[in-house]
Design a protein around this ligand. Structure first.
Ligand code: CP
Ligand code: NVA
Length: 311
């Protein structure tokens, strides 16, 4: 299997084909081996990554920055107050200017159209480090984690319980591409974007992945191989947090929910977690939980991505 991702953007996970996703996962496996053997080749020597943030971050910032260092390159962190995206100059000008200095741009933004525009005007690869609609880097790490633990992705029963948010969208695309059945279980009024659901369902028809919606958490989790959750109020929705707690209360990942899943079911969470809300602390610390391996895999999946995009 050989695909060429040089010069491409990763704005949405739907931009990558099944083969391209597998290329990232297989490259990540190799780089991870090197990382543990302390034999990390300096594949990004002299390369610069510009990281634009409109929102806070722990994993995304540190994993990208540490990844660049490990691979011999350099990362520049641009905080919300540095660039003032959308206030100080246009997204178009930012994309053109940063492309003159850096070899890759990673951006974490509110409106998804901002990262779409960055990719449109930049002359170097642009990576979506989370937008209101998607979080593709997280899903590459999630797929890598599930593959490492289960040895396959195709045919697994994956269940996301919580808000139909950016994670739910990228997970649907990722699952559809790799042939993993995916149920998104949310309260009725918090379902994912209908157009995204339809697109993922269409994509799934070619790989055999069934992409479905559900509102009953116990019915959704029944026999699941993977249970995934995320915060009930995402970054930018802090004002809705209290209202959301009520609607999402029956959607907590806890011992009761896990009792209907497969005994070996993996528990994933992109983090940060709000313990006692979408997941209880005890459940997050059971042997089924792989949340910290998942967080580590951000590093390996993104290293692979950066190496492939820069060729
Ligand atoms: N999962 C994730 O993207 O974490 P951060 O928001 O800390 O980057
Ligand atoms: N849905 C969450 C994901 C955080 C990694 C958010 O957007 O805040």
């Amino acid at each position: 299997m050989s695909v060429n991702l040089k010069g491409r953007n990763l704005v949405s996970l739907k931009d990558f084909s099944t083969e391209e996703i597998w290329q990232v996962l297989k490259t990540a496996e190799q780089l991870k081996l090197g990382y543990y053997r302390n034999e990390q080749p300096k594949l990004l020597a002299d390369k610069t990554l510009a990281m634009i943030f409109q929102k806070p971050s722990l994993r995304t910032r540190v994993s990208f920055e540490a990844g660049m260092t490990r691979l011999g390159g350099h990362a520049i962190y641009l905080s919300p107050s540095d660039i003032k995206l959308g206030e100080r100059e246009t997204t178009e000008d930012i994309a053109i200017v940063v492309s003159r200095y850096a070899d890759i741009i990673m951006a974490r933004v509110f409106g998804h159209e901002i990262v779409v525009d960055l990719a449109k005007y930049a002359t170097v690869p642009v990576i979506n480090g989370l937008s209101d609609e998607e979080h593709p880097c997280q899903v590459l790490a999630d797929l890598l984690t599930i593959y490492e633990k289960r040895g396959r992705l195709e045919g697994l029963k994956f269940v996301f319980v919580g808000d139909g948010n950016n994670m739910a969208h990228s997970l649907m695309y990722g699952a559809a591409r790799v042939g993993m059945h995916c149920t998104i279980c949310t309260p009725e009024q918090y379902q994912p974007l209908p157009a995204t659901v339809e697109e993922a369902q269409e994509m799934g028809r070619t790989t055999g992945a069934r992409i479905t919606l559900e509102t009953d958490p116990l019915a959704a989790a029944n026999g699941a191989d993977v249970i995934y959750t995320d915060v009930w109020a995402s970054m930018g929705q802090e004002d809705e947090a209290e209202k959301r707690k009520e609607a999402f209360a029956p959607y907590q990942v806890n011992a009761k929910l896990m009792s209907v899943a497969d005994e070996q079911a993996l528990i994933l969470h992109c983090l940060p977690a709000h313990y006692g809300e979408e997941i209880d602390y005890q459940t997050s610390r059971t042997p089924n939980s792989v949340i910290f391996d998942e967080a580590e895999n951000r590093l390996h999946a993104q290293n692979a991505l950066m190496v492939l995009l820069t060729g």
